[in-house]
Design a protein around this ligand. Structure first.
Ligand code: CP
Ligand code: NVA
Length: 308
């Protein structure tokens, strides 16, 4: 049984195969109504539970549509409406759900919950975001970069602002796909050293550059994310605005990047905070292809997990 828990846990060959299959499936169904299944229905007869303990637009809808297009069915559960919300243990939940459904996608606040669920489930478990990582997002991001600009290997990605869960998955991806990363975060919001060390251990160059205009130099892909993540308390919103303000992606940052650089953001975005509206909605922005590709890449991730 194969879970998809994090980008560093698969081998690079498997990840590349997932991207190739995602691109092929995307092309094969171009122009079809979104609700029609693919010609192949590899998840026919299978049900995937989408267990969301936190809000989601893209991940929930794209996984739901991904399973349908693969010929399967979904069951959406929010943490609060299951017994998890009343304190039932994760291992019991994992063992019980495994008797009813064929796979589980989980979005949860604590990475421990994901790992605990995966340890006790007897069906594939997929990480739909934790406080620590967001692997499906970054698989879609790599697919999107390559769709627009060709192989990401040897390119430079510049990350601005909060060194959060998406940033951590970018560091995993840098190690697996062989691209370099410049991190431009305030010192107190650098990503955890373990993610930087992982990327470096795989031969990636990780530069920490506190001056955003210098950090943008030579970047082929400029990325940022919201200053406050779902697991962060609203009480620190003003503090975050204060420390992250200088790391906003704006026209000057994009002008300093390499010729032909593209801009990505996992969304939801907050115009005027981590990114200005002219960049988010401007010609270098590929955010909607990025959002769409969640669907295609997750179909390939599901096929990888189910080995179908
Ligand atoms: N990017 C992303 O995961 O979006 P949602 O929170 O809407 O799922
Ligand atoms: N860093 C964000 C990503 C949302 C998709 C969060 O965890 O809220």
């Amino acid at each position: 049984m194969r879970h998809f828990l994090d980008i560093d846990r698969a081998c690079a060959g498997e990840l590349k195969a997932i991207l190739a299959q995602a691109a092929a499936m995307k092309t094969a169904r171009r122009g079809r109504p979104k609700g029609t299944p693919d010609d192949e229905r590899p998840l026919n007869g299978r049900v995937v539970a989408l267990l969301f303990e936190k809000p989601s637009t893209r991940t929930r809808v794209s996984f739901d549509m991904a399973v349908r297009q693969l010929g399967g069915e979904t069951l959406t559960l929010s943490g609060g409406e299951t017994q998890l919300g009343r304190g039932e243990s994760i291992p019991d939940t994992a063992r019980v759900l495994s008797r009813y459904v064929d796979g589980i996608v989980i979005r949860t606040d604590r990475e421990d919950n994901l790992l605990n669920l995966a340890d006790h489930a007897t069906v594939p478990v997929i990480n739909g975001l934790t406080d620590r990582t967001h692997p499906c997002q970054v698989m879609g991001d790599v697919m999107t970069y390559e769709e627009h600009r060709g192989p990401i290997q040897g390119r430079r990605v510049a990350w601005f602002g909060d060194g959060n869960n998406v940033c951590a998955s970018f560091l995993h991806a840098a190690g697996q796909f062989g691209f370099d990363i410049t991190l431009s975060c305030p010192e107190s919001r650098d990503p955890d050293l373990e993610y930087i060390a992982y990327a470096q251990s795989r031969g990636t160059t990780v530069d920490i550059v506190r001056d955003p205009l210098k950090a943008a130099r030579g970047a082929d892909l400029v990325v940022t994310d919201a200053w406050l993540s779902m697991h962060d308390s609203d009480d620190i919103r003003d503090e975050r605005r204060g420390i992250l303000g200088p790391f906003q992606v704006n026209a000057s940052v994009m002008a300093a990047a390499a010729d032909g650089a593209v801009f990505m953001h996992c969304l939801p975005a907050y115009r005027g905070e981590e990114v200005t509206a002219d960049v988010l909605d401007g010609p270098a922005s590929i955010i909607l292809d990025e959002a769409e590709n969640r669907l295609h890449v997750q179909k390939a991730i599901l096929r990888h997990c189910f080995d179908v």
